[in-house]
Ligand binder design. Structure first.
Ligand SMILES: Cc1cc2nc3c(=O)[nH]c(=O)nc-3n(C[C@H](O)[C@H](O)[C@H](O)COP(=O)(O)OP(=O)(O)OC[C@H]3O[C@@H](n4cnc5c(N)ncnc54)[C@H](O)[C@@H]3O)c2cc1C
Length: 488
């Protein structure tokens, strides 16, 4: 907020967090100026580093009293600019809150602080033969708080569901500083599903300070297959055939030739040479079921012209098959100086058609697109390659990335499968939703955050004021007229 007294606010925060818990030096603040979507950068006015839920509540209360906006940040790996700071606001970084508060194996629950890294949960419970199922490719570094805010997915979400299916409770600091408990340890609660509302709300409804997670028992058997196909069409058709046959693999991931080239250059994963597409398919469950279904899957692949099918003989081979896929985003840096990671969803049956149109879009701008997908979910991750140093290429790449989202909408899909709307896609929300839909969402937001201080400017295309009457807007928005907001 323009005109806020940040030195005074920093002083008040130091009284709560100690001298080391508040950053105000420009060089320190710049460390936090972006998340994984690095071409958007904003330096926050100050950074708060709380260590407990009480401290988070106190910091949020101070922001509310001063009318200062704030943004929560976990590990900063988000790809939609969700943790992008506000220039005249506070960035509340949760990375000092990394305690695993409790594990209850008998009831299959773990209670963790929001800064806990996704993979740590599985590591903690692995000796008991349990794991935490949602596995974003960034799971080595991303935080549970970020996962909750983004309703993150991952390769195994096809069978096991997204983060929302694995969170049963959360302690949340609301934007006025009040602490509430949503859900609990049980799977369902009477009344409105406020926990379901909070999961995926991208930091706009408050800050999670403790999360209760569902743990899943390790399956008796896991088998992983790598299949090389001559074309993306064959690989896509095989995906539909497998699911059409009533088999729900734990994961079906796909990469096209350009993504394979990048992964080979980066991690030498040994994927089949000359493949137009590869798929990593994993089945898990009781041994007898996995054995039976694995044979069926192999048959489908061969019918769809797979020219090489490899079956992982042990954990090391399985890990190598996954390494290529899990490192695909970063690997693209080997073949292009810059790239946009796009995230959209389409019905998986139209995959070949949409990919052909994406390729046409890129060709008209003289650009290349590498494709990596959670194929079973129809979740595309086209990586639009460009070179910032070539005049106009960044703009062209942004245009192609946006046109890909239009395609997703045209085919009945969605502008995001798992990376969230954040700053990046707010302007596309109006293409997927009607004005009435957006007003309804906005009213919900206002019930949690009437002052609009929690992660403002994210998710919604045009900021609205909570007192405004909902309904189709006539004429210009007051904030637009005042030059304070952009209408997309
Ligand atoms: C290489 C790479 C691979 C990726 N693969 C996947 C993938 O397979 N699947 C997938 O879904 N995503 C993936 N991502 C995206 C990203 O890792 C996820 O969105 C992740 O959940 C972000 O977690 P974070 O801790 O980094 O959150 P941040 O980036 O710090 O924040 C993300 C959002 O969460 C909010 N937030 C953070 N903590 C809290 C909190 N405690 N309470 C309320 N709001 C909070 C922030 O305000 C922001 O809006 C990938 C990213 C990279 C870089």
């Amino acid at each position: 907020m323009a005109g806020a007294d940040f030195p005074a606010l920093a002083e008040r925060m130091r009284a709560v967090l100690g001298a080391g818990g508040v950053l105000t030096e420009r060089a320190q603040l710049r460390t936090y100026e972006c998340d994984g979507l690095a071409h958007y950068r904003v330096t926050p006015a100050l950074v708060a580093l709380p260590e407990t839920g009480d401290q988070v509540a106190a910091v949020v209360r101070l922001c509310a009293e001063a009318g200062v906006p704030y943004v929560a940040r976990g590990s900063g790996t988000g790809l939609s600019g969700g943790a992008l700071p506000v220039a005249d606001g506070v960035l509340i970084v949760l990375s000092r809150m990394r305690r695993i508060v409790g594990i209850d194996i008998a009831n299959q629950r773990a209670v963790v602080e929001p800064g806990v890294i996704n993979l740590w949960v599985t590591r903690e419970v692995a000796p008991h033969d349990y794991y935490y199922a949602p596995d974003p490719s960034s799971q080595l570094v991303c935080s549970i708080g970020g996962n909750v805010a983004e309703n993150s997915g991952g390769a195994h979400c096809l069978k096991y569901g997204f983060t929302t299916n694995h969170v049963t409770g959360a302690e949340v600091v609301l934007p006025d500083g009040e602490v509430v408990h949503l859900g609990g340890t049980a799977l369902d609660h009477p009344g409105y599903d406020l926990l379901g509302t909070f999961v995926g709300s991208e930091g706009t409804l408050g800050i999670a300070t403790e999360v209760t997670l569902r743990l899943v028992r390790k399956p008796e058997a896991v088998q992983t297959m790598l299949a090389g196909f001559p074309s993306i069409e064959d690989a896509a058709a095989a995906t539909s055939d497998i699911i059409g046959a009533g088999i729900v693999p734990a994961a079906i991931e796909m990469m096209d030739a350009l993504a394979i080239e990048a992964a080979e250059a980066a991690v030498h994963c040994g994927y089949p040479a000359g493949a137009g597409a590869v798929r990593v398919i994993e089945l898990d469950g009781p041994q007898a079921e996995v054995d039976h279904q694995f044979g069926q899957v192999e048959e489908v692949c061969q019918t769809r012209h797979a020219f090489e099918v490899r079956i992982a003989a042990d954990d090391a081979e399985r890990a190598l098959m996954w390494k290529g896929r899990k490192s695909a985003f970063a690997a693209v840096g080997r073949i292009s100086p810059d790239y946009f990671v796009q995230d959209g969803v389409i019905p998986r049956t139209v995959l070949p058609e949409v990919l052909a149109r994406i390729s046409d879009l890129a060709t008209t701008k003289g650009l290349r697109v590498a494709n990596v997908f959670h194929a079973g979910d129809g979740n595309l991750h086209p990586l639009v390659l460009f070179d910032e140093d070539v005049s106009g290429q960044a703009e062209d790449a942004e245009h192609v990335a946006g046109a890909i989202l239009d395609l997703c909408i045209e085919y009945g899909g969605s502008i995001t499968g798992e990376h969230g709307v954040g700053s990046d896609k707010a302007k596309y929300m109006g293409r997927q939703f009607t004005a009435a839909d957006l007003e309804a969402m906005h009213l919900l937001r206002c019930a949690f955050d009437p002052a609009g201080l929690s992660n403002p400017g994210k998710v919604f295309p045009t900021p609205r004021l909570c007192g405004e009457v909902p309904g189709p807007r006539k004429g210009a928005h007051p904030l637009h007229e005042a030059g304070l907001a952009e209408v997309f």
